[in-house]
Design a protein around this ligand. Structure first.
Ligand code: CTP
Length: 501
């Protein structure tokens, strides 16, 4: 196993003290599964009598952070790398929430006993660094072969309901199923309302992992549906189930089915790096990916609210599962969801706020939902440059085209199967020519330009600037010189100047 040399040196030193360093948690799992380990290493130290002894040994290798000492955790910082060292521990639930635990640490505990508190067998393996041996007390390797997540212990598993969300994201990331007994337990936890006790920040971390780390996030959302999570915790998502769509445009099925295909399509588009023409820092890139993924996940949240079904006999009914599900779909002559893109904004807002309070981030997603039909509409209408410039003031066109493309690819029409999204290519091309594919046109004239022309600052400035911007949108004014000349002529005439200001 390829480990940082520092860990090997520490393991050697610990062995000289009759102790052993065991790598634990996700790093061991990822290494065995062949994934890159790009995380902090967690090491459990067995055989020492006191945490102070460990602290002394580690201090020779770098600075040791004592913050977690009472829980038997020491953070070692070495050349900007962080390593967590901990004592084997037992955790006992004493109160509500993930902090309501009594922790008992004991350097003499054995690996199996200490690992019993962990969630899944594949997360309870260890790697003894010095001897180079794997420890696998709960048969995690066998579960890897069976491609399944199996919980270790009923009573400790239920102590942290977040583990149900962890099951969801691991299942999608690794393409694993849940062992029958684990699925049953997760379902019971959902039914007992245990997931509702979780703070949104913790749930959001798992949903982010589902969206960002899974090749097919739909696997996780389908599991959430099966376990009853969408019904209890995310009504906006649950409402998509069974909502019918016109088979001509959506032969794949209902809105839920389409959304699942679309979210996986977005994931593929993101992985195809050519979709990103700008180099983002890792954090910005993560935020931007999340923005696109959330936009696609929520793009049709307005459909349950706006879907209208025309029956063969001419009768028109609004979608309502309690009445419509009893009808024979063959009697549906036409299905429409007019203005669903606008109707989706509010439910999307409440859905994402249930996961995070990042106001600006949430608000940046909503225009992508509100305008997701524009690429297709503009293409069909052969929209004018002015309409495209105006669209750019509301939404980033490059991102919008990606969202609309995922919506297009999330269908099973012949056209979608060709994977060529003509409408998107057309709009992007036009927007690039107009230089508005990433941001709106900049105002050619600013307040300071008006002052330089001799105008006195006043609320009228806004009117002038808006008028100039409107003319820019129309393409009448293209350069700063033209814009200044226009202002001069219209607003700086001797007689009008004193009247106006
Ligand atoms: N763990 C657990 N129950 C939790 C959280 C964590 O049992 N609710 C244990 C698991 O053994 C897990 C380890 O703590 O492997 C580290 O947790 P964490 O860093 O959150 O996740 P990883 O398993 O490392 O996975 P990821 O790749 O998602 O970070």
């Amino acid at each position: 196993m390829n480990l940082p040399p520092l860990l090997e040196q520490i393991a050697k030193k610990l062995q000289q003290e009759n102790a052993r360093a065991v790598l634990v948690g996700g790093a061991v799992r990822d290494m065995i599964m062949g994934y890159a380990v790009n995380k902090d290493y967690d090491v459990e130290v067995y055989g020492l009598a006191s945490i102070l002894e460990l602290e002394k040994i580690l201090s020779a290798f770098g600075s040791v952070n004592l913050v977690g000492r009472s829980f038997g955790v020491l953070k070692l910082v070495h050349e900007e790398e962080e390593y967590d060292f901990s004592f084997p521990r037992l955790e006992k639930k004493t109160g509500k929430g993930h902090r309501g635990f009594d922790v008992v640490t004991d350097g003499k505990m054995d690996f199996e006993e200490a690992s019993r508190r962990r969630d899944f067998t594949i997360n309870a393996m260890g790697y003894d660094i010095e001897s180079g041996t794997f420890l696998d007390p709960f048969n995690g390797r066998r579960d890897m072969e069976l491609k399944q997540l199996r919980h270790i212990d009923d009573s400790s598993f239920v102590e942290d309901p977040l583990r149900v969300y962890r099951a969801v994201q691991f299942s999608a990331r690794f393409g694993y199923g849940l062992a029958d007994e684990t699925e049953k337990l997760c379902r019971e936890m959902v039914e007992r309302g245990m997931l509702e006790e979780l703070p949104k920040e913790r749930v959001y971390i798992e949903i982010k992992k589902l969206l960002l780390k899974a090749d097919r996030p739909s696997v996780g959302f389908e599991l959430m549906r099966r376990l009853g999570i969408t019904e209890r915790c995310f009504p906006e998502l649950h409402a998509l189930i069974d909502v019918p769509q016109d088979p001509e445009w959506h032969p794949e099925g209902d809105v839920w089915v389409h959304t699942m295909l679309s979210i996986d399509a977005m994931e593929r588009l993101i992985r195809d790096e050519s979709a990103f023409s700008i180099q983002y820092s890792a954090l910005r890139e993560e935020k931007q990916k999340l923005k696109l993924l959330f936009a696609v996940l929520c793009h049709d949240f307005g459909k349950p609210l706006t879907t209208i079904i025309e029956l063969e006999n001419g009768e028109v009914i609004a979608w309502d599962p309690s009445t419509c599900l009893a009808l024979n779909a063959e009697r549906f002559a036409r299905i429409r969801a007019i203005s669903h893109e606008k109707a989706g904004v509010e439910p999307a807002r409440s859905f994402i706020y249930r996961l995070t309070d990042e106001h600006d981030f949430i608000e940046s997603i909503l225009p992508l939902i509100e305008h997701h039909l524009k690429p297709l509409q503009f293409y069909k209408q052969g929209a004018k440059a002015s309409a495209i410039r105006r669209l750019a003031t509301k939404v980033n066109i490059e991102e919008l085209v990606l969202v609309a493309k995922a919506d297009f690819l999330g269908r099973t029409t012949e056209e979608a199967k060709s994977a060529v999204f003509k409408a998107g290519e057309w709009l992007l091309e036009k927007a690039k020519t107009l230089k508005v594919e990433k941001k709106p046109l900049e105002c050619l004239v600013r307040g300071k330009d008006l002052i330089a022309l001799g105008l006195k600052p006043s609320p009228e400035f806004k009117t002038i600037l808006n008028e100039v911007y409107e003319l820019q949108m129309e393409g009448t004014l293209e350069t700063k010189e033209e814009a200044l000349a226009y202002v001069k002529k219209k607003f700086c005439g001797a007689e009008t100047k004193s009247d106006l200001f």
